[in-house]
Design a protein around this ligand. Structure first.
Ligand SMILES: Nc1nc2c(ncn2[C@@H]2O[C@H](COP(=O)(O)OP(=O)(O)O)[C@@H](O)[C@H]2O)c(=O)[nH]1
Ligand SMILES: [Mg+2]
Ligand SMILES: [Zn+2]
Length: 292
């Protein structure tokens, strides 16, 4: 005898998967059903059909079809799926310690645009940066149309607004180590419980185990393994389309296949020279194109 349940995949270890069963507060460690052919590989955010065994063990029988899957793309053309069913990339950038890596932030929000999901710009550690820097980042990304949240979890600054923005969304926290992702996760009510289970049961996976917490009609994933997403090989028009402020100027280019770097009659470069495109954004574009 066994019962079936639906669960959200929280974390994936080598052979075991951590699932948060609907209507249960704790998470369960689940094995994957053995298959003859190709093995299916759950990722955080997957919806799994889970068999609960009489001894309390759990087996994932199958995964529900994914609304989307976010993959890390490599220049070699391979892709590794990192998360599923995510509709918001919650990028986290520290204003100091570690110093902001603007190119990485621009890469992340371009990635979100190309995947057709929303991007959120969370700026942490405002207490460690000059106020002018805080303002500069905030106004730059707000002008581009992104939701920007200045956050200091210790002081509770910005947490209420962030909670409001994340409600009813399925979000993935994304940013390099040390920027404050886990602090945000905890401030939003995510418990360490899941991480503790993974420490005990998934073996030595502590630093790579993802955590998921349910928030108002959605979820938030904190995954140390997902610091950045590469864009892989990307064409100039594709990349330029993901830079919102370049779309209109790009229509003014003399050549339709303009890469917006050194072509004559380039509307994007002209806009950058007029100061209508922020120098840091144009620099990111060129770096991501591999064309500096
Ligand atoms: N001064 C300051 N420190 C912060 C802030 N947010 C997080 N931290 C600290 O930054 C360090 C890294 O935070 P953590 O959440 O582990 O970052 P993660 O690696 O992205 O998960 C911790 O020591 C936090 O206490 C902030 O707004 N201001
Ligand atoms: Mg962390
Ligand atoms: Zn151009």
């Amino acid at each position: 005898m066994h019962s079936c349940a639906r669960g959200l995949v929280v974390s994936t270890g080598k052979n075991l998967t951590l699932v948060a069963i609907d209507d249960e507060n704790a998470t369960r460690v689940a094995r994957l059903r053995r298959t003859r052919g190709r093995r299916f590989m759950p990722v955080p955010g997957d919806v799994a059909l889970v068999r609960i065994l009489p001894d309390g063990g759990a087996v994932i029988d199958s995964l529900a079809p994914r609304a989307n899957a976010l993959a890390r793309r490599t220049t070699g053309g391979r892709a590794k799926t990192m998360a599923a069913n995510v509709d918001t990339l919650a990028t986290v950038t520290a204003l100091a310690d570690p110093a902001p890596r603007t190119v990485l932030l621009d890469q992340l929000i371009a990635f979100a645009g190309l995947e057709g999901i929303a991007a959120l710009v969370i700026l942490t550690k405002p207490d460690l940066a000059p106020a002018v820097e805080v303002d500069r980042y905030e106004s730059l990304y707000r002008r581009l149309g992104y939701d920007v949240v200045i956050l200091n979890p210790k002081l509770g600054l910005g947490i209420g607004r962030l909670r409001h923005i994340l409600a009813h969304r399925r979000s993935l926290l994304c940013g390099i180590s040390g920027v404050g992702k886990s602090s945000i996760f905890r401030a939003l009510g995510g418990t360490a419980e899941i991480g503790e289970i993974s420490r005990r049961r998934l073996g030595r996976q502590t630093t790579t185990a993802a955590r998921l917490c349910r928030i108002d009609g959605g979820f938030l994933i904190d995954s140390p393994g997902i610091g950045e997403f590469g864009l892989g090989t990307i064409s100039a028009p594709e990349l330029a389309a993901a830079f919102v402020e370049m779309r209109e100027p790009a229509t003014q280019c003399r050549f339709t296949d303009c890469a917006h770097v050194q072509e004559p009659g380039c509307g994007v470069r002209a806009a950058a020279e007029r100061g209508e495109i922020d120098p840091s954004r144009y620099n990111s574009y060129r770096q991501l194109l591999g064309n500096v």
